[in-house]
Design a protein around this ligand. Structure first.
Ligand code: ARG
Length: 563
């Protein structure tokens, strides 16, 4: 039940339809303090229309507004404050949640439109960085949120499996590489070679030329170059897949940059036909000076294509294949210019759909206030971080709940949940200082805290022998639970806002708020007391647990029944 809609419905005729119902709906607020009621409508906009002071309008309106669901309507200054009938509202809501179960909060804002989500996209032969973790978990949460709001998400792992770095790697491998070592510990060894290449390249400039040459060979289909590349790619993917398995995240497409190799000519031809290509220092570029941007590099003087060329080819391909309603790129904010250029070039080609492409940027993970760099070897190995989180969760269980069943599985859910939540709880554009300690915390605004609250609810339901089927009618005394109920009422709105703004942190914060409200209730009310209210209280606990679990699921986090 949408009480905002209810109030808008009642208010529209009261104001003689001078404001549209949707306008009224949009203006309705949730008062900051519960003592000001549950819904508030500010009357400022009506003052001109009705030629009356907003205070007076509020006063008059408050006198005539009546609805069985409203317990009290009062004017405070220019505001109309509405107090809902707690009992009725709570009982309706609980019933709704118990009926809809995990579908509660769903909407059809997306009307089945496809949204491609370019996410994760690590670079082959390099460690999976914290930045790629961000893209992976943010992209996954956005995908879940879009699905919940009626879109059809398509998760694409645009693997960085092409580019001049492969020239460097081939050169480094041929000069200093060892097959055995690469097989044993692929990424670490390839990273060593990569770092070594850059150290030596500082002393000898010819190395860079050699690397360029080998990348060109690779692009031209040279056998030796190809087979080394293939091998690096396969071995790296095996390592990445271990991380995706740990996180429980999968993709609908693994088309990386190399997939577009045979689609590059079309890009260049199309740009040419539209007279968009100009020469600059021997390279083909699209001039973007009109847009106040540096030129977009399409083809180098030696004929090699670039990151942007491959992204243009990918954009063509995605529009053709998926006919997307929106196309998202979950990539760090250091690539903002690249995506602005990409969109601008497509617009110059006359493609209106470029307007539905959005760079979903995010901040950096800093270490001691500085960006982590692969080249200098300053990286945190993600797999180790996740493993450490799981180990810590295991230790916690051993200390606090040694008889718990399924310890391994629970530790996994808690450890991974902590890592994911840590990333999602702040707005994605904030930079995050890397702190393993912070990541592994179990108290405060963390996944383990929310998971723990869910487990507590599950244990209550088990102890109280709650059974949905035997709850005939819910007669829930909502007074003490009201702060929890008002949180629960927000869920649908929270989900659509988070989806709309591509902002999972809204759900993360919400899950903590709901958990806190519930824990307060738990501390003051004897839920399992054997009185006639007990089944209703348990029904309420069940409803809370459903929303807690669903909030976590939307973030990509699992909720164990006990922990
Ligand atoms: N592989 C790139 C990197 O690690 C990210 C790719 C993002 N996606 C894209 N379509 N450009 O920096």
């Amino acid at each position: 039940m949408d009480y905002k809609a209810k109030l808008a419905d009642v208010l529209t005729p009261v104001f003689d339809h001078q404001l549209g119902q949707d306008v009224i709906y949009a203006r309705i607020e949730k008062p900051k303090q519960l003592s000001h009621g549950d819904l508030a409508f500010p009357c400022f906009d009506l003052a001109k229309l009705q030629r009356m002071a907003p205070q007076q309008i509020a006063q008059q309106a408050a006198e005539v507004i009546r609805d069985p669901l409203f317990a009290k309507v009062e004017a405070v200054g220019p505001y109309i404050n509405v107090f809902l009938d707690k009992q009725q509202v709570a009982n309706k809501l609980i019933e709704e949640v118990l009926t809809e179960q995990e579908y509660f909060g769903e909407s059809n804002i997306g009307r089945g439109g496809t949204v491609t989500i370019d996410m994760s996209s690590p670079n082959i032969a390099k460690p999976f960085s914290m930045g790629h973790l961000r893209s992976t978990v943010i992209g996954n949460a956005i995908s879940l949120l879009l699905e919940k709001t009626g879109y059809k998400p398509v998760k694409i792992n645009h693997l960085g499996d092409w580019g001049t770095q492969f020239g460097k790697l081939i050169v480094a491998y041929q000069k200093w590489g060892n097959e055995q070592k690469v097989r044993q510990d692929t990424i670490k060894e390839l990273l060593n070679l990569y770092i070594m290449f850059h150290q030596k390249a500082e002393l000898s400039s010819s190395l860079e030329d050699e690397a360029r040459l080998w990348f060109k060979k690779l692009e031209d289909g040279d056998k030796e170059a190809q087979s080394l590349w293939q091998w690096f790619r396969e071995e790296s993917l095996k390592e990445f897949n271990r991380i995706y398995n740990l996180l429980g995240i999968s993709f609908d497409s693994n088309h990386g940059e190399a997939f577009y190799n045979d689609k590059m000519d079309t890009v260049v031809d199309t740009l040419q036909e539209n007279n968009l290509l100009t020469m600059s220092d021997g390279a083909h570029v699209v001039d973007l000076s009109d847009n106040g941007m540096p030129p977009c590099l399409i083809r180098k003087s030696d004929g090699a294509t670039l990151y942007a060329t491959r992204d243009l080819a990918a954009a063509f391909y995605r529009k053709q294949t998926y006919d997307f309603a929106q196309s998202l790129y979950v990539v760090g904010n250091e690539q903002s210019l690249h995506f602005e250029q990409l969109i601008q070039v497509l617009k110059k080609l006359g493609f209106d759909w470029a307007d539905s492409m959005h760079h979903i940027s995010f901040g950096m993970i800093l270490k001691d206030g500085k960006k982590m760099s692969t080249r200098k070897g300053k990286v945190v190995l993600l797999e180790e971080v996740i493993q450490e989180a799981i180990d810590l969760a295991k230790l916690n269980i051993e200390q606090k709940n040694p008889t718990l069943a399924d310890k391994e599985a629970v530790a996994h859910m808690v450890g991974v949940g902590a890592v994911i939540f840590h990333d999602l709880k702040n707005h994605r554009n904030n930079d995050v200082e890397f702190s393993l300690e912070d990541m592994l915390r179990v108290e405060g605004e963390t996944a383990p805290y929310v998971q723990y609250t869910f487990a507590r609810a599950c244990s209550l339901l088990e102890k109280g022998e709650f059974d949905t089927k035997v709850v005939a009618s819910i007669d829930f005394q909502a007074e003490e639970a009201w702060p929890v109920v008002t949180e629960m009422m927000q869920f649908k709105d929270v989900v659509s806002r988070a989806a709309n703004q591509y902002d999972p942190s809204i759900v993360a914060k919400y899950s903590v708020d709901l958990a806190q409200a519930f824990n307060k209730y738990y501390a003051t009310v004897k839920i399992l007391e054997n009185d006639e209210q007990k089944p209703s209280r348990l029904a309420f606990v069940k409803a809370v647990s459903i929303i807690l679990k669903e909030s976590l699921r939307l973030l990509g986090i699992k909720a164990p029944k006990a922990m």
